[in-house]
Design a protein around this ligand. Structure first.
Ligand code: DNO
Length: 354
């Protein structure tokens, strides 16, 4: 297990790398060039500048999350080829500085979706919340307005340029059903995987969050069946997954321990976090501690440990605790607690092997 921490970059994150340095066992920073729009080439100069900064703290920069996929690629528009060329160039440039994994997603319009970024929990903290009924009944524009009004910091994947053309995008997606979205993903992968292989990079697709259709948009990376389909598209080593316990696990039908058992070998990157799923399907995010939520975190870690998992791991969204003002879900304190829980579990299982 190679422990990492996601960080949004200088001037773009409330967390300082000096502070991340004090969390035991963190080896690398999961980074991205968040100021570049989806579809732009990540140039060598900008990449080099960012990795130099991160490496100056002694962290590795092996994992990028995310290089966002331009909407025209997901829609399968004629303009996609140029954006795919740009994507290939970004992969090559990232390979040159030694990046090993690129996490990305193929979710139409929205990346992860929540209805409340600061939902009060019983312990006095706040956390991200997904009210299923609300999403099923609300117009997407209303939801976006409501959520954005609650925080100056946008959610990753909720970039202003995407949200600015919301109704246009929804119109375009009327032509794209699940089968079409799969075709568009296959087209994209077939084009980029050989380049990734050559660059020594594994692409790691992130599951849809939540793992079912919302606002009538197609969703395709939802569970074990999706993984089988992905493998059928290409068996290349570069065609990897991001295991995400909280995203895929938000559908109670997904047994995340079984999924880890079967697919961790194809997942160079794992996001480990807990969610509490209510009977009506709504969920809120909890501490990483197993008993606080619905996801069997300790047995996920045990499964990874049994497999001597060498992939990159990061804690995922945390609660907002101890009065911390931070990006929704991405504060320092609760993620640090999450890391120590994961470290503790890992050490304990490791010890049992002796
Ligand atoms: C949420 C994250 C996602 C993830 C992207 C990957 O916190 O896990 O935003 O980074 O879906 O492309």
């Amino acid at each position: 297990m190679n422990m990492t921490f996601r960080w949004y970059g200088r001037g773009n994150d409330t967390v300082k790398l000096e502070d991340v340095k004090q969390i035991p066992n963190v080896k690398g920073i999961v980074w991205a060039l968040h100021h570049l729009a989806a579809g732009e080439v990540w140039t060598k100069e900008i990449i080099q500048d960012e990795v130099d900064y991160i490496r100056s703290f002694g962290f590795h920069t092996d994992v990028v999350e995310s290089v966002n996929v331009h909407e025209d690629i997901k829609l399968g528009l004629p303009t996609r080829d140029q954006y795919i060329e740009n994507y290939k160039q970004s992969i090559r440039n990232l390979g040159e500085v030694g990046v090993k994994v690129i996490c990305y997603n193929f979710m139409p319009v929205f990346d992860w979706t929540r209805t409340d970024l600061f939902h009060p929990l019983e312990d006095g903290s706040t956390a991200l919340y997904f009210d299923k009924e609300k999403v099923m009944n609300l117009d997407p524009q209303e939801l976006v307005n409501e959520v954005r009004a609650s925080s100056d910091l946008t959610l990753p994947g909720w970039e202003p340029e995407r949200l600015a053309r919301l109704s246009e995008l929804f119109e375009q997606y009327k032509e794209v059903d699940e089968a079409k979205l799969w075709d568009n993903l296959a087209y994209f992968l077939q084009a980029i995987l050989p380049v990734a292989e050559e660059a020594g990079i594994q692409m790691a697709i992130h599951p849809d969050d939540p793992p079912y259709s919302i606002f009538g948009l197609p969703r395709i990376i939802m569970g074990a069946e999706s993984y089988e389909k992905l493998i059928k598209i290409s068996d290349s080593v570069a065609n990897g997954f991001t295991f995400c316990s909280g995203s895929m696990g938000a559908d109670p039908q997904n047994d995340m321990v079984a999924i880890a058992e079967k697919y961790a070998y194809r997942a160079p990157f794992a996001h480990i976090r807990n969610v509490k799923i209510m009977e009506n399907g709504s969920f809120f995010e909890t501490s990483h501690f197993t008993s606080d939520g619905s996801i069997d975190i300790k047995n996920i870690v045990r499964t990874l440990n049994d497999q001597n998992y060498e992939g990159y791991v990061r804690p995922d969204h945390g609660r907002h605790i101890w009065g911390e003002q931070c990006r929704p879900g991405y504060g320092l304190y609760d993620r640090a607690l999450g890391i120590m829980y994961l470290n503790g579990l890992w050490d304990a299982y490791e010890n049992l092997k002796k």
